[in-house]
Write a protein that binds this ligand. Sequence first.
Ligand code: NIG
Ligand code: FE
Length: 411
Amino acid sequence: MKLLLTNIKTLLQTRENPPKKVCGEEMSQLPSINNAWLLIEDEKIIDYGEMKSLPEIEGFKPIDCTGKIVMPAWCDSHTHIVYAGNREQEFVDRIKGLSYQQIAEKGGGIVNSAKKLQQTSEKELYKQSAKRLEEVMKLGTAAIEIKSGYGLTTDAEAKMLRVAKKLEKNYPVTVKTTFLGAHAVPTEYKENKEKYIDLICEEMLPHIAKENLAEYVDVFCEDGYFSVAETERILNEAKKYDLIPKIHVNQFNAIGGIALGVKHNALSVDHLEVLTDDDLQALKNSETMPVALPSCSYFLSIPYTPGRQLIDAGLPLALATDYNPGSTPSGNMNFVVATACIKMRLTPEEAINAATINGAYAMGISDTHGTITKGKSASVIVTKAVPSYGYLPYSFGSNLIDSVIINGKII
Ligand code: NIG
Ligand code: FE
């Protein structure tokens, strides 16, 4: 099917020769065309330009976009949307004064979600997860990374990833899957963490690889979870199966996870709420994308990733939701972009680059997503009539999305 979007107030992020990612000062550039058209055929962007140079086109469905902005749909490079139930009780416990870490020490947190997930059938898990995916698609997300990590047994980890793969099959969204067996130490291994890491290395990784369930590997590298040495052992083992690292680092403590990620050519290092000069230096001259998760900071009341500092140091930055039951029960990329502007002092141009092309890079899809480019995926957001694109993060509580097209399908 051909779709022709006409009279677009501003077509954002138009790049003829798109870079794989944008860094530092480049992040303030957001190339765009005013009074534009965009032609989509099946799953691809065919062409675009100014209305005054609109060629003769036949056999299309017209969509008038007067007053509206059209931009690449969001690329959410870090989520845990496959989970069972919720952790509303822990939310209340935190309001009453317990910290995220204290809750985890009491047996809550990730292992609490794992218990629930292990008891939930694959069918039910799919149903709950599909509902979340449908919600974020309507909020403009066209590509999403999904992690395991609430299974913590070989069977339950595989179950999570099968659900993610089924979502990919049944929805037009682009999905990338990540194996996160090292998300927490299950209660039964509390006194023998090494044995759990043996299980990850000797049983889980071979199984996940054999069933072709993941492309990436993740570890929660943090005090009380997995040390730098333990993380390295898992990354080394995962390398045997060509799983590329995308790791959780520096959420609460800077223990050297960033340098480790860079050493292992991680595609991304995510969280970075705590960042030292050494961490910043490690990221320089690397191809590893730092990923900030501002709605996690918002929900847990922890510091925001110093995104301004990273960009001012010439580094790239990507933004993602971290949608999960414990630290971020929200998958709204519009809120993430607004919060990055409001709390991390990113400009609207920087935040939009971070949530489109750099998000695409952080999940290995910048050749097909993240910019308006001929031949790329026809995945775009059409906003309601708005004064300008800066109005999107400014008006942070409003849903300004009119419609979403994902891989050529109108949602
Ligand atoms: O990215 N930090 C580790 N993992 C998730 C939270 C997991 C949970 O609390 O369930 C995160 O914030
Ligand atoms: Fe996470």
